[in-house]
Design a protein around this ligand. Structure first.
Ligand code: PEP
Ligand code: MG
Length: 888
């Protein structure tokens, strides 16, 4: 059993020598069949060519490593001895299946060859033994077809054409009607077809066929669909596949034979009930091909009672053994049951939660084990409406999955129409080049938002996510002609009122209205997320800007607000003018007037948030508007003025728009994201910060008077220098002191900063002198740390970078651990070197991303903060991070 080079990993394992723990070497299928054999479950005998062999072959560009073929022949010989049969024997022929077996299941992605061993030499013996020559010849023609297609790359149509011609000639509809003579003739024709396409004879020696088949399975690891699948599921490309060679058992040997599949629980509802189907006198591919309609598994009790009882008993044992719902393939050969495969069954999200909860109640699993059976993405599916998985539509384009959930509605091209139609009760989807603050009223009433431009952390996406509104952003494959009200996607042209469906969870866009299934948060969901709270260490807060969002976040289990973006409060159409006036004020008097108008609005907003979060911390960030997001577009404003000039419009209006244009010109920056925002704006115009701090203080007092408790944390954005924070802290403290004195009372508060610039991370020890807490703004830290625009990059080169594996994932969605992650780690370490108990959080969008949460857990941050709808996912992911770390 050992390879010729004893220092190398072993290439061949008999099934009897394996077990479930050897999955990395034997692949999922090989390890599970070996495990079943170990448990005494009936399985066909065989051996596994390990992943070590395919990896070695991959390394040399396909050449087999020394000793692999000799080891294979030796394993084959042992199998022949155990079964008392021989490959190619004209007396007692051995037939085998050759199947792929990846470490992580990739259903249907790789290749399989069945019936290997049937040949001119063996076909008669096979027929005689089964007392069924038709079966033998049918197996033979199936073998040539499968072998030719999979191993020798003969096109499938070549065999199908020959088969169809034969049926036509005989006036038959089904393969099953073909006679022995027809099948014998077909075998000859198939050989001829193979010869034509291969340019040589089909190899006759089954050992030669075996070698080529194993090689074909190795190669199938590299086929394009497997590559696409791996990318979609984050499976590494270098794992390689095992190859399982197992004795064939036949479900097509007459009325006491059968084949089928079953699940130990209902995979769509999770109910503990018999679930599966079978066919008498059939091979597995007949079930799949849909030629005959499979029967409900329950009926097997009457047809094959003994095998049925044994199957049901085995299903129970396997589920208990693995502690998970199993997906099983079986064959009954002349009354004897064989299991061909068992694996954890794929299930819908609601089923996953029900099964986890039931299995804990049944004492099959501990809560911690049950948490590991659920994927974070499944929480997403329950929290939002989703496209009915039964649909058969193809997406017409794909953008960024900027905010999860599905939306169906009529296309509208501007926020005003969206607002009118939405308020009238129509379902609309707002389609924009990119959204601006002006669009907010439309976004609020729309079912979802589709944009051609913008990234995962562009503020448009952030706003949509905060509202739990499905959004596909940066769909560069769409063309929008807003004035003609036309949306083109490939060959499809949609006008206003045409139906469209968005899947914000995948970024896919469909033409027409697909059926949706509503969110399904239920008791199972609540229970599972509750268990996560017992396990996790990281706190989970929410990013919320309104009382309503804060209340939602608290409902979802948020332990406070980690980020209140005060500028978002000004996106409402009735408020935008005031914030514009504040930014564009020509002098202090003008600014003071604008601030005067804003203060009561801010106070009201803060009071609503404090009330919703009573007793829990609320981090309010001082104003951080990249100016371009709040000002009219320079080009549009210029055109407007030009138009008014040409039309000779009203003098007053023209004057107003000209003044605005002049102000916009003055404030326009080449790089607004690196411009006058955050603490820079606050230091230039400290009166803005003073107004905000007053609003905070007055709101906190008002809330206290109503019997609630405001836990106030004030946060300064975009700090790069310790001196910036020192000065801002002074402004904050002075203003609070004034307010406390005026009120004759006070409240405790803390002042901290965002760490969202590389410099801030590098000098975090200095900044920490003036900070009570840090919150890592990983959106800007990604933008500035890598040097990529959060508004543009994903729509251009970054998508290509992700596609061609230059970067492993979109760094705005999942933290770039090696680069930006290291900045966070460094900032955390340096900050704590000054203040050992400095509180550390994350409030960038990564705070809701499970992979990133794993990283934040590993570097010892205190909490993550994410949009309200991601709070349950973050709670769950934080627990998984603890469990994964413990396992590692
Ligand atoms: C960040 O930069 O990560 C952050 C949370 O702030 P914003 O997204 O508002 O810039
Ligand atoms: Mg930021």
């Amino acid at each position: 059993m050992s390879t010729t080079d004893p220092s190398a990993e072993q290439y061949l394992y008999d099934l009897a020598d394996g077990d479930a723990s050897m999955r990395p070497l034997l692949g999922g299928k090989g390890a599970n069949v070996a495990e079943m054999m170990r448990l005494g479950v009936p399985v066909p005998d065989g051996f596994t060519v390990s992943t070590a062999a395919s990896i070695a072959a991959m390394r040399t560009g396909g050449d087999w490593p020394d000793g692999l073929w000799d080891d294979t022949l030796a394993a084959l010989q042992r199998l022949e001895e155990r079964t008392g049969r021989a490959l190619g024997s004209a007396q007692r022929p051995l037939l085998v299946s050759v199947r792929s077996g990846a470490v992580v299941s990739m259903p249907g992605m790789m290749d399989t060859i069945l019936n290997l061993g049937v040949s001119d030499e063996t076909v008669e013996a096979l027929g005689a033994e089964a007392d069924n020559p038709r079966f033998a010849w049918d197996s033979y023609r199936r073998f040539i077809q499968m072998y030719g297609e999979v191993v020798e790359e003969v096109p499938a149509y070549a065999y199908e054409d020959a088969l169809s011609a034969m049926k036509r000639k005989r006036g038959m509809e089904h393969d099953t009607e073909l006679s022995i003579e027809d099948l014998q003739a077909l075998v000859e024709q198939f050989k001829e077809v193979s010869r034509e396409h291969m340019g040589e004879e089909l190899p006759e020696d089954p050992r030669d066929q075996l070698r080529r088949s194993i090689d074909a399975v190795f190669r199938s690891w590299k086929n394009p669909r497997a590559g696409v699948y791996r990318k979609a599921h984050g499976i590494p490309d270098d794992l390689g596949t095992a190859v399982n060679v197992m004795q064939m058992v036949f479900g097509n040997r007459g009325q006491t034979s059968a084949t089928g599949v079953c699940f130990t629980r209902n995979p769509s509802t999770g109910a503990k009930e018999l679930y599966g189907e079978f066919l008498v006198d059939a091979q597995g591919e007949d079930v799949v091909a849909g030629i005959r309609t499979p029967r409900d598994l329950a009926e097997m009790q009457e047809v094959l009672p003994e095998a049925f009882e044994e199957l049901v008993d085995t299903m129970r044992r396997l589920e208990e053994h693995y502690g998970d719902m199993q997906d099983i393939e079986f064959t009954v050969e002349e009354g004897t049951l064989y299991l061909l495969q068992t694996r954890s069954g794929k299930r819908t999200a609601p089923a996953a939660f029900k099964i986890a909860r039931d299995m804990v109640a049944e004492d099959v699993l501990t809560r911690e084990q049950a948490l590991r059976r659920i994927e974070p993405a499944q929480l997403d599916q329950l929290l939002h409406p989703a496209i009915d998985p039964e649909h058969d539509q193809t997406p017409v384009t794909k953008g960024l999955n900027a905010s999860p959930g599905a939306a169906v509605g009529e296309v509208v091209f501007d926020a005003e129409t969206a607002e009118q139609r939405g308020k009238a009760g129509d379902a609309v989807v707002l389609v924009r080049w990119e959204t601006a603050p002006d669009d907010i009223a439309g976004v609020i009433v729309a079912q979802g938002v589709l944009t051609a431009h913008g990234g995962m952390t562009s503020h448009a996406a952030v706003v949509a996510r905060g509202m739990g509104k499905p959004c596909v952003a940066g769909a560069s494959g769409i063309k929008i002609d807003a004035s003609a009200k036309q949306l083109s996607i490939g060959d499809h042209v949609l006008g206003e009122g045409d139906m469209i469906t968005l899947d914000g969870s995948t970024g896919e866009v469909y033409v027409g209205a697909l059926d949706l299934v509503p969110p399904q948060v239920n008791e199972d969901f609540e229970a599972v997320v509750g268990w996560a709270d017992e396990v996790r260490r990281l706190g989970v807060r929410a990013n919320a800007d309104t009382g309503e969002d804060a209340a939602k976040a608290r409902e979802f289990g948020a332990q406070g607000i980690g980020l209140c973006r005060t500028e978002h409060m000004f996106m409402a159409p009735d408020r935008l003018p005031a914030v514009r006036a504040m930014i564009l004020a020509g002098d202090e008097t003008e600014r003071a007037a604008a601030l005067e108008e804003i203060l009561p609005m801010q106070q009201e907003d803060f009071a609503a948030i404090f009330t919703a979060m009573s007793g829990l911390p609320v981090t309010i960030r001082l104003l951080d508007p990249p100016l371009h997001e709040f000002l009219p577009d320079l080009v549009e404003q210029s055109l407007l003025v030009q138009r008014l000039e040409l039309q000779g419009g009203e003098e007053a209006e023209l004057r107003r728009e000209r003044t605005l244009l002049a102000q916009v010109k003055k404030h326009t920056e080449m790089n607004p994201m690196l411009g006058t925002r955050g603490v820079r704006l606050a230091l230039l115009y400290p009166e803005i910060a003073r107004m905000q701090v007053r609003a905070i203080a007055r709101a906190a007092f008002a809330v206290q008077d109503d019997g609630a408790e405001a836990v106030v944390e004030i946060m300064v954005p975009l700090v790069g220098y310790a001196e910036e924070l020192r000065r801002m802290r002074e402004v904050v403290e002075e203003t609070l002191a004034e307010e406390f004195e005026a009120a004759g009372k006070d409240f405790p508060y803390t002042v901290g900063t965002m760490v969202e610039l590389p410099r801030a991370a590098l000098v975090a020890d200095q900044i920490a002198e003036h900070a009570d807490f840090f919150s890592f703004g990983t959106n800007d830290l990604t933008q500035t740390g890598i040097g990529i625009s959060r508004d543009d990059a994903e729509g251009s080169f970054l998508a290509a970078y992700v596609d061609s594996d230059i970067v492993p994932a979109n760094p705005f969605a999942s933290i770039d651990v090696d680069g930006v992650g290291r900045l966070v780690q460094l900032g955390a370490q340096r900050g704590r070197s000054t203040k050992p108990d400095l509180k550390l959080g994350v409030c960038g969008e990564h705070g809701g991303d499970p992979a990133s949460i794993g990283f934040f857990e590993s570097i010892g941050l205190d909490y993550v903060s994410c949009s309200p709808y991601r709070v349950p996912i973050a709670r769950f992911a934080a627990a998984r991070a603890v469990l994964d770390a413990a396992e590692a």
